[in-house]
Design a protein around this ligand. Structure first.
Ligand SMILES: [Zn+2]
Length: 456
C-alpha cells in the first residue's frame, strides 16, 4: 500500500473504532490492524475523521466592482489547513449571460488552482428557455445542485421563475439551495434608514430582521411543496425560519437547512463595535441576537439543521469594507471562515457538549456529501472511498488569529478565540497536503468532482 495511517481512532457519522487505514491509488483499500505501507503516518492519540466538506463558499466572487479576496488557490489552502478537503463554490452568471459560458469561466478560475477537490453549484437568475436547457445539460455533467436567490438585484428570481426552476430541478435530480430573504422588505427598510441618516453597521441587521428571512423561507418551502421538489434553505439564522423548516419536515416534506458557524457563535452586538469594526460582521442574513443561538445548536444536534457550511466570502477590512463607511448598504457582504469551521464546531460543539462526535462528522462531512451527490466517494471512511482524511489532535489548543490563519484577508471574525482540537495532518486522495498546520501539498492537487443526481 502507498500509505498507512496507524493507531488512530477512526470516527464516522455512525461509528468509532481503533483501526489502521490502508491507502492505495488515492483510495481507502483496507481497514484493519497491523497494516504496512511505503509511507506510514502515526495517528496514536488522534481522531481520524473523513475529510470535511464545505458546501457553500465564494472564492473570487465579483460583487459591484470588488472581488472577494481568496481565490481558488489561497482559499483551498486555507480550507485544507482547517481540515476541509472538498469545497462547493458557485457558477455565478450575470443577467443575460449563458449558464454554460459562466460555467466555463468559473472552471477556468478553479482548474489547476484548487488544492482540494471541488465542484460548483449552478445558479439561475432567470427561467428563460435557454437557462432551463442549460440547467439540464449541466446536471448531466455532474452539476447537480442549483442556487436560487429571493433577494439581491443581480441574482433574485420571482415566484413565477422559481416555480419553473423548481420543476426542472425536480425532474432532473438537481437539488435547489435557496437564499431566503424578502427583497422588497429589505429595500424598504434600507431606504428608510438611509433617509433618516442612519448609516452605521448597527442598521444592517435591523434592515433584514428575522421575519424577513422567515417569510421568504416559508414562501420557498411552500413553492417547493407545491411542485414536489426537495429544497435546502441556505444559512438559516433564526428561530422564525427554524419553525418554518420544522413544520414542513414534520409534515413529511423534503426540506433541509444549512447553518454557519457565524450564526451559531456570534451575535448582533458586534455591529456596535467602535471604529467601524462592525463592518467586519456585515454578512447576510445578518447575525442575530444571542437568544437564537441555543435553539440553532439544538436543531443542529437533532438534525433539523442538516449541515454546517461557511458561506466564506472574505473582504478586507482596511480597504474593501471601508466602501460602506458612510453607508452600511455599500459594505460588501460576507466574512471569512473556510479555515475555522471544523476547529470551531469541534471545540464549541463536541467540546462543550452541544454535539455528539458523530453528529459533528455528519453535519460537517457526511450530510453535505450525501445531499450534493458526493457520497460515498466523499464524506465517510470506508473501503472504496477517496482517502480524504483528517488526523485530528483533540487536545491541541490554538488561538485563532488572522495573522496565523491562511485565509487571504486582514481579519478573523473569531480573533483571539481559543479552540481545543485541531487538524494535525490532512490528506486528500492519499496525498498529505497539510502537516502540523502548514500546507505542504502539490500546487493544483484538487480535482473537479462530477456529482450524482440528488437522491436522499
Ligand atoms: Zn453564499
Amino acid at each position: 500500500m502507498d500509505l498507512v495511517i496507524k493507531g488512530g481512532t477512526v470516527v464516522t457519522a455512525a461509528d468509532h473504532y481503533q483501526a489502521d487505514l490502508g491507502v492505495q491509488d488515492g483510495r481507502i483499500v483496507h481497514i484493519g490492524s497491523d497494516l504496512a505501507g511505503r509511507q506510514v503516518v502515526d495517528a496514536t492519540g488522534c481522531l481520524v475523521f473523513p475529510g470535511f466538506v464545505d458546501a457553500h463558499v465564494h472564492l473570487s466572487l465579483p460583487v459591484g466592482g470588488l472581488v472577494s479576496t481568496d481565490d481558488f488557490r489561497t482559499g483551498t489552502i486555507a480550507a485544507a489547513c482547517g481540515g476541509t478537503t472538498t469545497i462547493i463554490d458557485f457558477i455565478s452568471p450575470e443577467r443575460g449571460q449563458s449558464l454554460r459560458e459562466a460555467t466555463d469561466l468559473r472552471r477556468a478560475e478553479a482548474d489547476g488552482q484548487a488544492v482540494v477537490d471541488y465542484t460548483l453549484h449552478q445558479t439561475a437568475v432567470d427561467a428563460e428557455p435557454r437557462t432551463l436547457r442549460e440547467l439540464v445539460s449541466l446536471a448531466s455533467e455532474g452539476y447537480t445542485s442549483l442556487k436560487l436567490y429571493t433577494t439581491y438585484a443581480a441574482e433574485m428570481v420571482d415566484d413565477a421563475a422559481m416555480l419553473h426552476l423548481l420543476e426542472v430541478a425536480r425532474d432532473h435530480g438537481i437539488v435547489p439551495l435557496v437564499h431566503t430573504e424578502n427583497h422588497a422588505a429589505i429595500e424598504h427598510l434600507k431606504a428608510r434608514f438611509l433617509a433618516e441618516g442612519k448609516v452605521e453597521p448597527h442598521y444592517h441587521p435591523l434592515s433584514r430582521p428575522p421575519t424577513v428571512e422567515a417569510e421568504a423561507a416559508y414562501r420557498v418551502i411552500t413553492l417547493a411543496g407545491l411542485v414536489g421538489c426537495p429544497v435546502i434553505i441556505a444559512h438559516l439564522t433564526c428561530r422564525e425560519t427554524l419553525a418554518a423548516v420544522e413544520r414542513a419536515q414534520q409534515a413529511g416534506q423534503a426540506v433541509y437547512a444549512e447553518v454557519t458557524p457565524n450564526h451559531l457563535l456570534l451575535d448582533d452586538e458586534l455591529y456596535d463595535l467602535p471604529d467601524f469594526e462592525g463592518a467586519k460582521f456585515v454578512l447576510s442574513p445578518p447575525l442575530r441576537d444571542r437568544s437564537h443561538q441555543a435553539p440553532l445548536w439544538r436543531a443542529l444536534a437533532r438534525g433539523t439543521l442538516a449541515m454546517v457550511s461557511t458561506d466564506h466570502c472574505p473582504w478586507t477590512f482596511a480597504d474593501q469594507k471601508q466602501r460602506g463607511r458612510r453607508d452600511f448598504t455599500r459594505i460588501p457582504n460576507g466574512a471569512p471562515g473556510i479555515e475555522t469551521r471544523v476547529p470551531l464546531l469541534y471545540s464549541e460543539g463536541v467540546g462543550k457538549g452541544r454535539l455528539s462526535l458523530h453528529r459533528f462528522v455528519d453535519a460537517c462531512a457526511t450530510t453535505p456529501a450525501r445531499l450534493y451527490g458526493l457520497f460515498p466517494r466523499k464524506g465517510t471512511i470506508a473501503v472504496g472511498s477517496d482517502a480524504d482524511l483528517v488526523i485530528f489532535d483533540p487536545d491541541q489548543e490554538v488561538i485563532l488569529s488572522h495573522a496565523t490563519l491562511h485565509q487571504n484577508v486582514d481579519y478573523c471574525p473569531f480573533e483571539g478565540w481559543t479552540v481545543r482540537g485541531y487538524p494535525r495532518t490532512v490528506i486528500v486522495r492519499g496525498q498529505i497536503v497539510v502537516q502540523d498546520g502548514e500546507f505542504i501539498g502539490p500546487a493544483g492537487w484538487g480535482q473537479f468532482l462530477a456529482r450524482q443526481p440528488f437522491n436522499w
